[in-house]
Design a protein around this ligand. Structure first.
Ligand code: NAG
Ligand code: NAG
Ligand code: NAG
Ligand code: NAG
Length: 384
């Protein structure tokens, strides 16, 4: 018998569970430590706690979250603990979004100072010849990855909106990052999806000699990118020309993701390039499924997508998350399963490489997006 059935029977009459708070609580209770305090995985899961607080007003969760930032990330003088300000890696900038969340909540100066430090790094961050941020110096010179857009450029937009909103040069520089990655990474297989990244110098082992693009569509990178579009559209000034382009990128990708949703499970393969769909070794992965589901539900609520086309697939996708990736433990906690640990262009970017990476439970990069998808789902349930 499915444990979920037991739980629903035991739960208060007719109350549908909030997977948002249940999973948020579970992750804390089971205490899954992962990497450093300002690591992007943590930054990702913290956004889920912001969502839980926004919907349920749970002060316990909020103060837990604040302690994570105050105890080990932002020092009282506004410096960032153990943060190397000459190590230019886009992944490390993602925490800037959470720092700005705390700035907006409290207006405390230390958060502003800490965010300014990350913003200043963007001014010094090495770029490709045509203005794209390198994914990381020195490891990934001249390379842009879809992941990096989520890691750095939403923060850039958010900081600009708060402190430099009328700076048109900045807004153009921001949308340039999305424009550049869209221009080079479109899947040559015609799916409408985007491949993982590109090397403008075309020197990487995986770089296409003509375009510099990497060969395959890796679901998580695409998930980061889809979420970045939802986030930037909330921030980018609607009266600037870049806004329409960003909205176009979002809606086109939302449609391509629908065409890539597997009919047999309502989920998505790890590698979404056509030639590998259904291939041995390919599998339905959880973090990207959560990001795609979140991205759709967020777009529906904001009116970017039409209900008729997307509400059904989004509902099936959310069901897929619950059925396939949420384990109900006997001690009453939940475990999130099925997240691929990494995928990096420090490899040969082959199918064999991506599918050789372990799949792990409790991973922040899956749990965080699941919290966000649950936020949108539960908000929708309340409204209907
Ligand atoms: C609030 O969060 C705490 C800690 O995560 C949890 O124990 C409690 O059940 C939550 N309360 C509500 C009303 O969700
Ligand atoms: C609850 O059960 C899960 C699965 O067995 C385990 O990983 C977790 O540590 C348990 N949590 C607590 C607080 O005992
Ligand atoms: C900071 O990063 C730079 C660039 O990678 C490196 O040269 C330097 O040694 C690092 N500093 C510390 C204190 O780790
Ligand atoms: C506007 O933004 C650009 C790009 O971010 C920055 O280099 C420049 O200093 C800003 N201008 C002003 C007046 O702040």
């Amino acid at each position: 018998m499915r444990l979920e059935t037991l739980f629903l029977v035991a739960a208060p009459a007719a109350a549908a569970p909030s997977y948002l708070t249940w999973m948020a609580d579970s992750w804390i209770v089971n205490n899954h430590e992962q990497e450093g305090p300002y690591w992007y995985g943590r930054a990702t899961i913290y956004k889920g706690y912001e969502a839980a607080y926004a919907l349920y007003g749970n002060e316990t969760l909020l103060s837990w979250y604040r302690s994570q930032i105050d105890d080990v990330v932002v020092a009282p003088d506004g410096s960032i603990v153990d943060f190397n300000e000459t190590y230019y890696s886009l992944d490390d900038y993602r925490i800037g979004n959470n720092i700005l969340y705390w700035y907006e909540r409290t207006r405390e100066k230390k958060y502003r100072l800490a965010a300014d430090r990350i913003r200043a790094m963007l001014d010094r961050h090495p770029r490709t010849e045509t203005g794209g941020f390198w994914h990381r110096q020195p490891d990934y010179p001249h390379q842009m990855w879809l992941d990096g857009i989520f890691m750095a450029d939403v923060f850039y937009a958010k900081w600009t909106a708060l402190f430099d909103g009328r700076n048109q040069t900045a807004w153009e520089d921001i949308v340039l990052q999305w424009d550049k990655i869209e221009a080079v990474t479109r899947d040559p297989g015609g799916t409408g999806l985007l491949v993982h990244g590109f090397d403008e110098s075309k020197r990487a082992v995986w770089a296409d000699p003509e375009t510099g693009a990497s060969p395959l569509v890796w679901n998580r990178a695409l998930g980061w990118y889809f979420v970045s579009l939802v986030e930037v559209l909330d921030i980018y000034p609607k009266d600037l020309p870049g806004y329409k382009r960003l909205l176009g990128y979002y809606t086109r990708l939302a449609g391509a993701i629908r065409r890539a949703q597997a009919s047999e499970t309502n989920g998505w393969y790890l590698i979404l390039s056509k030639e590998y769909v259904g291939a041995e070794g390919n599998y339905f992965e959880s973090s990207a499924a959560a990001m795609f589901t979140y991205g759709w539900l967020a777009g529906l609520r904001r009116g970017y997508l039409d209900e008729e086309t997307f509400a059904g697939p989004a509902a099936k996708a959310y069901r897929h998350l619950i059925d396939e990736f949420v384990t109900h433990n006997r001690n009453g906690t939940l475990t999130w399963e099925g997240t691929v640990q990494v995928g990096s262009l420090n490899s040969d970017a082959s199918f064999e490489y991506y599918t050789s990476i372990p799949v792990v439970p409790h991973d922040t990069r899956g749990v965080g997006p699941f919290l966000l998808a649950s936020y949108e789902w539960e908000l929708r349930r309340e409204r209907l």
